[in-house]
Ligand binder design. Structure first.
Ligand SMILES: Cc1cc2nc3c(=O)[nH]c(=O)nc-3n(C[C@H](O)[C@H](O)[C@H](O)COP(=O)(O)OP(=O)(O)OC[C@H]3O[C@@H](n4cnc5c(N)ncnc54)[C@H](O)[C@@H]3O)c2cc1C
Length: 384
């Protein structure tokens, strides 16, 4: 039997597959792993932020080459209060992911600027007609359709800007909800990269995925002006429409992905139900893949699908909260739910985002003075 070209082909060179490639290169350098990306660079155009408490110390160590910014605390602002929380907040970037992958993957395993037109369990066909073969293929080509999932949306436009004078921020403001509310729950999120540079995201928790980039850019400029920041130039723009999980059938979702080809990242619905963020999930999957006893297509497919199913089940409570936010609260009162949440104990908030909420936390989150009329919250939950 002829040997295939690779042990593993990672279809799509974004965050999830990039992290699998990086981790395998660190732990299993004997494997021949190909990473195939349609864009000119691995990782696209992203800043991936996460809480320090989302990852274990070992995970922090192995993704350290991707992390461009680290802060020891972050702030939230609401109409009724503002607060600084002492949990680290970190940002990884696409250029650092690209550079790390170019360091560890041999040139003949890196394919960029070439779209994949067909994927089978043991091959991918490229737009230029080349066919690459492998023992296994992982499909991480992004979100794709998700008709089996009931989703709300977090959408945003982010402007990385250079200001004329220092912004005066030391730490990120991950939610400034003192802004005018439009189109659901709106907040502005600011990451201060240097004394005069920052990334400002105008963000919305909305029912629909439509995004008017021009309007959001205008509002970002208005927000900057309201903070006394004069934008000298815009360095980069990011746009995102991220899924927020309200309900749905994860088994049907995974069954809609081609059999025998392990889905990864957003393609496998591996994201935080409340934020739509996927970096911590992608780190966990990369660790999972790197520790599998063998990397046959069947083993990988089973392991990642089982993990995705478990991860979805583990987030059942978050989906209940999303149901209250999207279906129980009117769009103009959604901010009240977050306002109240951010008055809770700091360690509870850490556990919440890291996916370690315990039953006491759940009781604490659901009891007390309700931010929306209790009958509407319950009706949203019971509607199923
Ligand atoms: C603007 C933005 C900001 C975000 N910020 C955060 C954040 O701060 N923290 C966080 O945890 N999450 C964040 N997310 C959410 C999520 O983590 C990212 O979307 C993440 O990149 C998803 O990883 P992925 O690997 O599933 O998909 P992607 O990173 O999108 O990777 C898919 C890759 O497949 C490639 N591809 C698609 N089709 C083909 C094809 N036919 N042939 C070859 N290649 C193909 C794409 O070009 C892309 O590079 C953000 C998302 C966006 C859009």
């Amino acid at each position: 039997m002829t040997q295939p070209d690779f042990d593993l082909i990672l279809a799509g060179g974004g965050l999830a597959n990039g992290l699998i490639a990086l981790r395998l290169a660190q732990v299993r350098p004997d494997l021949r792993v190909a990473l195939v990306e349609a864009g000119e660079h691995f990782g696209g155009n992203h800043t991936w932020s996460f809480f320090a408490s989302d990852l274990t110390p070992a995970q922090h160590d192995w993704i350290a080459p991707l992390v461009a910014h680290r802060w020891q605390r972050y702030t939230v602002r609401f109409p009724t209060h503002s607060r600084t929380l002492h949990n680290g907040y970190y940002s990884a970037t696409s250029p650092l992911l690209h550079a790390a992958l170019c360091d560890v993957l041999p040139a003949n395993c890196r394919f960029t600027g070439v779209p994949i037109v067909h994927v089978t369990p043991d091959s991918v066909t490229l737009g230029d007609q080349r066919v690459l073969s492998a023992h296994a293929v992982v499909d991480g080509r992004g979100q794709g359709g998700a008709p089996a999932l009931d989703l709300g949306w977090q959408k945003f436009v982010g402007l990385e800007v250079e200001l004329a004078e220092p912004h005066g921020l030391n730490d990120p403001i991950i939610m400034d909800a003192t802004v005018d509310q439009h189109d659901g729950y709106r907040f502005v999120y600011t990451l201060p990269f240097g004394p005069t540079s920052c990334l400002i995201y105008d963000t919305y928790y909305t029912d629909g995925p439509e995004l008017s980039a021009a309007t959001l850019e205008q509002r970002t400029h208005a927000y900057a002006a309201s903070q006394g920041w004069r934008i000298a130039r815009t360095l980069r723009t990011e746009k995102g429409v991220l899924p927020i999980a309200i309900g749905g059938d994860i088994t049907a979702h995974l069954a809609s992905r081609a059999a025998g080809i392990a889905p990864s990242g957003m393609n496998a619905a591996l994201f935080n139900a409340v934020t739509g963020y996927s970096l911590p999930h992608a780190v966990r999957v990369a660790d999972l893949v790197a520790t599998l006893p063998e990397l046959s297509g069947a083993t990988l497919d089973r392991a990642i699908r089982d993990h995705a199913r478990q991860s979805w089940q583990d987030q059942a409570f978050l989906r209940v909260l999303n149901k209250m936010l999207f279906r129980g609260a009117r769009p103009d009162e959604r901010w009240r739910i977050l306002d109240r949440f951010y008055k809770l104990d700091a360690s509870l908030i850490e556990r919440f985002y890291a996916g370690h909420t315990n039953w006491r936390d759940k009781v604490r989150i659901l009891t007390g003075k309700p931010p929306i009329p209790i009958h509407r919250g319950l009706a949203a939950i019971l509607r199923g």
